[in-house]
Write a new protein. Structure first.
Ligand code: ADP
Length: 184
């Protein structure tokens, strides 16, 4: 059970859970949001392109995102497994991921959905205060999640593990680990 994807609306705690889980599962945490923020920080051409979309709460174009993920998954540490956080974010990216994995005779083992109510999400994000965490941008990101990303729950229905994302960090990680255990 080592090729795992985390899905959840902005503010569901994917990043926090991913860090804890990648340790527990002993696989690298691959976050497209973090990869983009590193590019933005280093002012690379990819970062300059991505920033415009991120600041508006829009998805970065698939062509840019897919290539960045493809390169990351080709790194040696991803061969034995990975925890993907923030990718795929729409069904086209999911098709692309399926192709990338199939080319290496791999497939996803499980998709974890972190479930958190909308009110709690907005509260958490406003408290976090990242540069793309203003109320308008948050609302746009929630809408993009509902329209583009939530269909992944159907797409991955046969390997989906839904976990209640409300509670202490350790409590939620334990639920995920338990969920992965019952799924296999
Ligand atoms: P959150 O977990 O709050 O949604 P992320 O750190 O995952 O935040 O992503 C921040 C921003 O990075 C997104 O709003 C989007 O602009 C961009 N991004 C991240 N992952 C993807 C992706 N798979 N496809 C397109 N854009 C992405």
């Amino acid at each position: 059970m080592t090729r795992v994807l985390l899905v959840g609306p902005p503010g569901a705690g994917k990043g926090t859970q991913a860090v804890a889980l990648s340790e527990r599962l002993a696989v690298p945490h691959i976050s497209t949001g973090d990869l983009f923020r590193t590019h933005v920080g280093n002012e690379t051409p990819l970062g300059q392109e991505a920033k415009r979309y991120m600041d508006a709460g829009e998805l970065v174009p698939d062509s840019v995102t897919n290539e960045m993920v493809r390169e990351r998954l080709e790194e040696p540490d991803a061969k034995a497994g990975f925890l993907l956080d923030g990718f795929p974010r729409n069904t086209k990216q999911a098709d692309e991921l399926g192709d990338m994995l199939a080319a290496q005779n791999m497939q996803l083992d499980a998709v974890i959905e972190l479930k958190v109510s909308e009110d709690q999400l907005v509260e958490r994000l406003l408290a976090r205060g990242r540069s793309d965490d203003t109320e308008d941008v948050i609302r746009r990101r929630q809408q993009v999640y509902r329209e583009e990303t939530a269909p992944l729950l159907e797409y991955y229905a046969n390997i989906l593990v839904t976990v209640d994302g409300v509670g202490e960090v350790d409590e939620v990680s334990q639920r995920v680990v338990d969920g992965l255990g019952t799924q296999s």
